[in-house]
Ligand binder design. Structure first.
Ligand SMILES: NCc1[nH]cc(CCC(=O)O)c1CC(=O)O
Length: 316
């Protein structure tokens, strides 16, 4: 019997999505006649310890992943579940992404105090988000909004909506869906108002590259379409050196054959770079077959239109 130790952050979301992945892998293993046992090991990351500073000041998203990757390298754990949007573009030597399972809802959503949607928020309403990507796009749509930083896990952000006088907060629908909290959602934001973060709604499962037994199991859990579209989005982000907290969004879909001349493998990628005040929003949509070429083509087009200058100002 193979025992697989799964490292997880302690947040309710991390533990819940790790639990979902273990359930799914257990089913796949059973269908293959494989005997596997999973054990969860909780890990506290730097990102979890430093909660009072904005993420971009303390070192960006890698903060949540580094300690977990060290535990993988050291053999203390065998596998870890990440949100793809928190996963840095390069993995350390020896580690691989073994599976990207099927994506859930990629959209951002609004949770308002009175339950109404974006257009019903009063003039000057106080909106909580610490994502530059969300803030800039919402300011572009509603310049009157008073956008204020809010941090913490999704459960603490939902509490702060009540206790810190916000009229609304923005969260990824995916996290709420995985927690079973979609009844808190007041409105889904369409991608043309708020383009999601790269990889939002998708998970990645990291393990050691030489753990062939586990990789075999994970390959059966991979969703090819999700992996391809997320690859296009991540290539776009990497081309813009978007590793740290920057106002970049991207979303790729596969077009239905009837929209692409019966060709089943056309993907369409929209990429976006915004100035933090929302005054400039650069956006491009292109179609192609190869996710890497497509990601680079959308990034190149936005660079041609000045994306690098906007990003240089954000990075300071
Ligand atoms: N930024 C933190 C984070 N990382 C992943 C999710 C959940 C959504 C997902 O898996 O893409 C969230 C919460 C949020 O942005 O609301």
């Amino acid at each position: 019997m193979r025992k697989i130790i799964v490292g997880s952050r302690q947040s309710a979301l991390a533990l819940t999505q790790t639990g979902h992945v273990i359930d799914a892998l257990q089913q796949i293993a059973a269908s293959q006649g494989l005997e596997v046992e999973f054990e969860i090991k909780k890990i506290v990351t730097k990102g979890d310890r430093i909660l009072d500073v904005t993420l971009s000041k303390v070192g960006g998203k890698g903060l949540f992943v580094k300690e977990i990757e060290q535990a993988l390298i050291d053999g203390e754990i065998d596998m870890a579940v990440h949100s793809m949007k928190d996963m840095p573009s390069e993995l350390p030597e020896g580690l691989v992404n073994g599976a990207i399972p099927k994506r859930v809802d990629p959209r951002d959503c609004l949770i308002t105090r009175d339950g109404n949607g974006l257009d019903d928020l009063p003039q000057g309403a106080k909106l909580g988000t610490s994502s530059l990507r969300r803030a800039s796009q919402l300011k572009a749509y509603r310049p009157d909004l008073d956008v204020q930083s809010i941090r913490g896990n999704i459960d603490s952000r939902l509490r702060k909506l009540e206790t810190e006088g916000f009229d609304a907060i923005m969260l990824a629908a995916a996290g709420l869906e995985r927690m079973g909290w979609t009844d808190r959602i007041s409105a889904y934001l369409p991608a043309d108002i708020c383009l999601p973060a790269v990889g939002q709604g998708a998970l990645g499962i990291e393990c050691r590259g030489d753990d062939l037994e586990l990789l075999g199991l994970l390959s059966l859990y991979n969703d090819d379409l999700t992996a391809t579209t997320v690859m296009a989005e991540r290539t776009f982000l990497a081309e813009l050196n978007g590793g740290c907290q920057v106002p970049i969004g991207a979303y790729a879909v596969r077009l239905h054959p009837s929209h692409s001349g019966q060709d089943e493998n056309v993907i369409q990628l929209t990429g976006m770079v915004a100035s933090p005040d929302g005054a400039t929003i650069l956006k491009e949509t292109l179609q192609g077959h190869d996710p890497v070429q497509l990601g680079m083509a959308v990034a190149d087009e936005l660079k041609r239109r000045g994306a690098d200058q906007i990003l240089a100002e954000v990075r300071g």
